[in-house]
Design a protein around this ligand. Sequence first.
Ligand code: FO1
Length: 329
Amino acid sequence: MSASFVALSGGVGGAKLALGLCEVLEDPRRLTVVANTGDDFEHLGLRVCPDLDTLTYTLAGLANPETGWGRAGESGAFMEALGALGGETWFFLGDRDLAIHVERTRRLRAGESLSAVTAALSARLGIRARIVPMSDEPVPTVVETDEGSLAFQHYFVRERCRPTVLGFRHEGAERARPCAAFLDALAASDLGAVIVCPSNPYISIDPILAVPGVRAALDACRAPVIAVSPIVGGRALKGPTAKMMAERGVEPGAAAIARHYDGLIDGLVLDEADRQDAAAVAATGVAVEVAATVMTGPTEKRALAQAVLAFAARIGADGERRPQSSSTA
Ligand code: FO1
């Protein structure tokens, strides 16, 4: 039987790599994609889980190709009608997309867990990989800014990432537990690799790592942990990663990503545009692979997935694992 894999993912960039992995793996059912749920919030009385939904729509072939989030062929009659009533329209919920929020909210209120609802909905949409929320308990990200504390979507969508970031809080993390399917996947004896997708380290991956027990489970797992840098040529392809790094006094680049994941990763995949950073990344003690990380189409997604899997297999065969992190949080 083929090895199993775990991917840690935020929204759009992570979902693209997850799709590539699904397409190149012999059996996509052996892939567990763990989604950040720090972006989740209650809006218009509905439970909205942007990264879970971006993964679900992408793996189901339903994603909006222009935005990366939401559904293809979307319409906005609900938003238009809501606006006419004076309702809140800063966060766009398309007519088709509404269905997943209504159904998830109904099932959560009926007592189902977020992981059970996610599994049921993705099965209905024919997804073969397993999409797992990082936790069934809410761990909302709060962004500390020069304009005060902002709930994540208020910072990200309503304020368009404009305020200067001073830091992040993962509210309720101390009471949260990782989903059982997440821990089981990390403990699998046939685990081939853990892949940290090219997602924003601060707002997509750190919330997953903030759930108590995740770092310890990653340290204990047998397989190599490989990250794909979300920075290309010193800039983020999409989203505020480079802006956040600069505001936190970090020079945006692959070496900074390697330092951010110090003690967590065994290898980092850099884009060809950042080849000159390979020595600086290697100096942090991790193995380096250079690949084309910009996933413009299906061919590029599959090629990056193949490159990541081959890199992980090489590191696994060498038996070269990172020094264990001192953090057990
Ligand atoms: N992003 C936006 O920039 N504007 C929106 O109005 C918006 C609506 C939205 C609705 C559902 C959904 O699943 C995602 C949505 N996103 C929107 C994306 C999302 O808020 C962020 O991209 C993620 O939270 C960051 O990963």
